[in-house]
Design a protein around this ligand. Structure first.
Ligand code: SF4
Length: 447
């Protein structure tokens, strides 16, 4: 009798969660589970949740409740919930979805095969949440069950020591823990040797990484030099930790992409201080100018949050102005929602939902306007693109070193490099064509 258990993994949220989902697949496959592409007929369904905003929590809980219908076909089905909602709102999961058999914290991944065994044998919900002292299991450098064969994420750290007043990450993922440099470099080499063309080093606060006297700038250089990966990126950086060393490494190492995601959050120093971000709007702009001097034409993207308690019209207009002043090539834009376990949740809200939505809308419009202005500078120019896959409506989707996606009508091999000429733009995505005479090219990350 084949008693292989089948499992299906559903992952929500950021790159860290996505990488955790890949690592979880490795672990379960290594423990003899069959990884099913769908939840139907499974013995175990694992949901890795995101708690960054209230609507992300509501969406994950909605999906978990919907999954309970599979228990009609298999009453012994185990639904397991992990990720940031599990760590920060376990009671809420038990209240709203009492059929969930296992709830585990973000640092419990490595225990999962045993936790699943325990939960399958139990009639109670098994709870395994992180505590301050939870040891973090550092995963061996592998290719493993990565979904993508061209681009890969490498997690270099976990957690965050900052205490931005609106952010749930520190309580969901705990303090910063850094992965040894040798493991990170080894993984990058394994991936590059296996034909990967693009690596993104990830962490909630990636440029805070360090090991003894070695800082992130040195790690970046070593990964770039030792792996030789054509496109090397990193995300998410905190302005406080963006050192001159990192800027220098980006300018000097050929294969580090001239693109940086640098969350600003607000253009108002008064609001930045209430958020506990640790820098002023003026300091942020000076940092951007240093970046642009070292890397002319660098693509700059950011995160912007509107509607923080106490944000005035004047504060908001400073955020709008900063979009042009930087200027940003693109931005992830959010409206404030109070998060449990954050200090800002004690502040009384001063804006109605309608006012927040109105500000968010005008911010999105401004970001798109500036994105178009930035992209107009690329019109008619040629760039090297990495083909990442088929485009949704035919043709191929490529990625420039700047991070811009580009769509070309040609059907091109995934992982190939082509010279493309930009012939149309939008706020972020470009369109182009591959001049028939253009030879296939090997990437240079520099513009
Ligand atoms: S730096 Fe701030 S916003 Fe980013 S993960 Fe840490 S606490 Fe959250």
């Amino acid at each position: 009798m084949d008693n292989t258990l089948s499992a299906h993994i559903i992952t929500y949220g950021c790159q860290m969660n996505k990488r955790d989902g890949e690592i979880l697949s490795d672990l379960l496959a290594g423990a003899g589970f069959y990884l099913s592409p769908t939840p139907q007929g499974c013995d175990v369904i694992v949901v890795l949740t995101c708690a960054v905003r209230e609507h992300a929590v509501v969406r994950a809980l909605g999906r978990i409740k919907d999954l309970s219908r599979h228990r009609r076909d298999n009453p012994n089905l185990l639904i397991a919930v992990g990720g940031c909602v599990a760590q920060t709102e376990a009671e809420r999961i038990q209240e709203e979805a009492p059929f969930v058999g296992l709830i585990f914290g973000t640092s419990q991944l490595h225990h999962l095969p045993q936790l699943i065994e325990k939960a399958l044998a139990s009639t109670q919900t098994v709870l395994s949440l992180d505590t301050e002292t939870s040891p973090d299991y550092l995963f061996a450098p592998t290719i493993g069950n990565r979904k993508n064969t061209v681009s890969a994420f490498i997690a270099v750290m976990r957690g965050c020591n900052n205490k931005c007043s609106y952010c749930i990450v520190p309580s969901a993922r705990g303090p910063e823990r850094y992965r040894p440099a040798e493991e990170i470099i080894e993984e990058a080499k394994i991936l590059a040797d296996a034909g990967y063309q693009q690596i993104t080093l990830i962490g909630q606060n990636v440029n805070a990484w360090r090991e003894d006297a070695m800082d992130f700038a040195e790690l970046l250089r070593r990964v770039a030099q030792k792996s030789g990966i054509p496109h090397l990126r990193f995300v998410t950086s905190h302005p406080k930790n963006l050192s001159d060393g990192v800027i220098k490494a980006m300018a000097e190492e050929e294969n580090i992409c001239p693109a940086l995601h640098l969350p600003l959050q607000s253009g108002s120093t008064r609001v930045l201080s209430a958020m506990g971000r640790g820098y002023t709007a003026e300091e942020y702009l000076r940092l951007v100018r240093r970046l642009q001097k070292a890397l002319p034409g660098i693509a700059l993207t950011t995160d912007l949050l509107v509607g923080f308690p106490g944000e005035t019209e004047d504060d908001f207009s400073r955020t709008l102005r900063m979009v042009e002043e930087a200027p940003f090539d693109s931005a992830f834009t959010f409206k404030y929602s109070p998060r449990k376990h954050t200090s800002a949740s004690e502040l009384s809200e001063t804006l109605t939902e309608e006012e927040k939505v109105a500000r968010l809308q005008s911010l999105i419009t401004r970001v798109q306007e500036v994105g178009r202005i930035q992209n107009r500078k690329r019109l008619g120019k040629s760039f090297t693109a990495l083909i990442e896959g088929p485009a949704k409506r035919g043709g191929s989707l490529g990625r420039l070193a700047s991070g811009h996606p580009i769509i070309v009508p040609e059907e091109l091999a995934v992982g190939s490099w082509v010279e493309v000429e930009v012939n149309d733009i939008s706020a972020w995505t470009l369109r182009g064509r591959v001049p028939s005479s253009a030879p296939a090219k090997k990437a240079t990350s520099k513009i």
